[in-house]
Design a protein. Structure first.
Length: 144
């Protein structure tokens, strides 16, 4: 089984980017954390990062027939990308939205997610652990 792990814009800079908000764990370390948990279940994680909306959409489309689900941190696209929302809705795969910071406790523009309504769960505010929790939430739905 394959699960997509998608990181949106600026998340390639994790570790050096606003560490007081996003922590010191790098994106590669997060990928490894999720891969390790997934391996114990025989699941393959296909990780991808892009700073471009269309590339994220192309990646979702390209894997729509082979993946069992999606873990996505859309970064700032969370708050306004109807195109990513439509891609997630359109491929009919269960998706979990994850955030390092607690977006509900931040600036008003971050409190709104246009992606959340097309996801099976949202995990926010646990730092790098949000991704591991997100993986577990996704598995619950896939294995149901
Ligand atoms: C984020 C929250 C977003 O508001 C922000 O634009 C990000 C990271 C998070 O993981 O906390 O890039 O998605």
């Amino acid at each position: 089984m394959q699960i997509l792990l998608i990181h949106g814009p600026n998340l390639n800079l994790l570790g050096e980017r606003e560490p007081d908000v996003y922590g010191s764990t790098t994106m590669e370390q997060i990928n490894e954390m999720v891969r390790k948990v997934a391996e114990t279940r025989g699941i393959t994680i296909i990780a991808f990062q892009s700073n471009h909306e269309g590339s994220i959409i192309d990646f979702i489309h390209a894997h729509r027939k082979t993946a069992a689900g999606i873990i996505i941190n859309p970064g700032a696209y969370t708050h306004y990308s109807y195109a990513i929302r439509d891609a997630v809705a359109g491929v009919n795969l269960p998706a979990v939205e994850v955030h390092l910071s607690d977006i509900k406790k931040r600036e008003p523009f971050r409190q709104i997610s246009v992606i959340e309504p097309v996801c099976v769960a949202q995990v926010s505010g646990l730092g790098a652990q949000s991704y591991v929790k997100g993986f577990e939430e996704l598995l619950k739905v896939i294995e149901k």
